[in-house]
Design a protein around this ligand. Structure first.
Ligand code: CUA
Length: 154
């Protein structure tokens, strides 16, 4: 006779099924919305200087730095079809980093680097907003990704 109670077996089974549903949901969302699952990188000071690096015609790196109450760089010009790796850090308190049109939701945390990759297939202006309350100027804390090939500025 098994030493595991029948009810306990049920609970283990249900837990397994639920976990499967959660993992499936993440993979499904990632595939359907081509959303990159953000990662947390080891702290590296090199990412804390605001910068836009052009790796090639359609590949960019953005070192985004959040600080009360702005993002640097505040305007990011890229051509249509670009893939952008965002490396996000904070100089002070915890900030949010939300690009709602792209389903991007990250936190900027002092001493951490968070990374996600976004593909911009449509021309337009994509608002980056801080969606974590960070003090008196929180509501003014925003930046823009300007996707407008071929008239994108350098
Ligand atoms: Cu930064 Cu709210």
């Amino acid at each position: 006779m098994s030493i595991i109670d029948k009810a306990e077996k049920h609970v283990i089974m249900i837990t397994g099924v639920l976990l499967g549903v959660f993992v499936f949901s993440i993979l499904y969302a990632q595939a359907k919305y081509s959303t990159d699952v953000p990662e947390c990188l080891p702290y590296d000071k090199a990412y804390t200087e605001p910068k836009v690096n052009k790796l090639d015609e359609k590949t960019y790196q953005v070192f985004a730095v959040a600080q009360m109450w702005s993002f640097q760089p505040s305007e990011i010009y890229i051509p249509v079809g670009s893939e952008v790796d965002f490396y996000l850090s904070s100089k002070d308190v915890v900030h949010g980093f939300n690009i709602s049109q792209k389903n991007i939701n990250m936190m900027a945390v002092y001493g951490n680097i968070n990374k996600t990759t976004v593909k911009f297939d449509e021309p337009g202006v994509y608002e980056i907003v801080c969606h974590e309350y960070c003090g008196a100027g929180h509501q003014n804390m925003k930046a823009q990704v300007i996707v407008n090939y071929p008239t994108a500025k350098k």
